[in-house]
Design a protein around this ligand. Structure first.
Ligand code: SF4
Ligand code: MG
Length: 313
């Protein structure tokens, strides 16, 4: 069942429900073990909501989230608690969730203790090891959050997730706040960890160039809907949706002899509370025709697990 997440819009003096923001509207995809799925789109398209709904940090409106065949949203509190360590999240700014007065080492080990996975006596050693794996060191255990740079902060965020020995990690814009040179280091770290530990990722980003090195599969979202999905190579070599083509045209090509025509989209992203009729992308699409304003295009497989929603593909 496809995933839906709607938020009510209330209005009038009685604050009655007057409509819904369809933050996630009929989205479906599958991530196999060991894969890394890149979810891409402009801010507000529903990517983070999907990440949070998958982990049951947010309730769904409809649909299912199957994890190893079981619906995450149907599990008992006790079962979800036992599963929690296996499913972790890394945020754009891990610091907003760190207490400034708690030593970083303790913050990293906190959830291990909470889940009773380790005794106090073993904590330091376990955290030291994880700090090392994440490119920090034992020296950092007794430091406080404000003493770290942006890149180090993200290493702490990753360490907090990793120490739980997860199978699946949702990384929500983990490098978006970092300088480009630091971005590469963090992506390399995530990539190494994936290989060493057979991790599975949902990697959320507004930037296709960030997902291209790490992800095996890519889904492109626009205003709550998936508009295109394919394997990484296929998506980069054969993008079909006009929105994907525009996003891709902004990705720098390392080879200076190859030029890509930059496609600049006109207009702003419409409000998800009042999405355009028909194809939601029609207000910004360079190819929009009458049909696009009236009819929503079907989202269909054009062969080889390449799915796209556009009348003219
Ligand atoms: Fe553009 Fe029409 Fe295709 Fe939508 S259906 S992406 S508006 S051409
Ligand atoms: Mg977001």
């Amino acid at each position: 069942n496809r995933l839906k997440k709607y938020y009510p819009i209330t209005g009038g003096i009685l604050q009655r429900r007057v409509g819904d923001v369809k933050a996630v509207d009929d989205v479906s995809f599958r991530i196999h073990k060991g894969e890394s799925f890149g979810l891409v789109g402009e801010s507000g398209c529903g990517k983070s909501t999907i990440g949070r709904t998958i982990l049951r940090l947010t309730d769904k409106t409809d649909g299912e989230v199957l994890y190893q065949g079981e619906d995450i949203h149907a599990l008992s509190k006790e079962k979800i608690r036992r599963l929690r360590p296996k499913m972790q999240i890394v945020f754009q700014d891990p610091f907003s969730s760190l207490n400034p007065r708690i030593k970083v080492g303790e913050a990293i080990g906190e959830a291990l203790l909470d889940h009773g996975l380790i005794g106090r006596g073993e904590l330091r050693e376990q955290v030291y090891e994880t700090l090392g794996i994440c490119g920090l060191s034992a020296y950092h255990y007794d430091r406080f959050p404000h003493e770290f740079s942006g890149g180090q902060r993200q290493r702490i965020g990753i360490a907090r997730a990793l120490i739980m020995n997860p199978d699946f990690i949702v990384a929500d814009e983990p490098v978006s706040a970092l300088d480009v040179s630091i971005q590469a280091q963090i992506i390399n770290l995530l990539s190494d960890l994936q290989q060493d530990r057979q991790l599975t990722y949902l990697f959320i980003s507004h930037d296709l160039s960030v997902v291209q090195h790490l992800c095996t599969h890519i889904g492109v979202m626009y205003l709550g809907s998936m508009v295109e999905m394919a394997g990484k190579e296929e998506l980069f070599s054969n993008p079909l949706h006009p929105y994907t083509k525009a996003l891709l045209s902004a990705v720098p090509i390392p080879d200076p002899t190859v030029r890509r025509q930059r496609i600049v989209l006109q207009g702003d992203i419409p409000s998800p509370a009042h999405p355009p009729s028909g194809c939601k992308f029609h207000t910004r699409c360079p190819l929009a025709a009458n049909q696009c304003r009236q009819e929503a295009p079907a989202y269909r497989d054009v062969g080889g697990q390449h799915l796209v929603a556009c009348h003219f593909v």
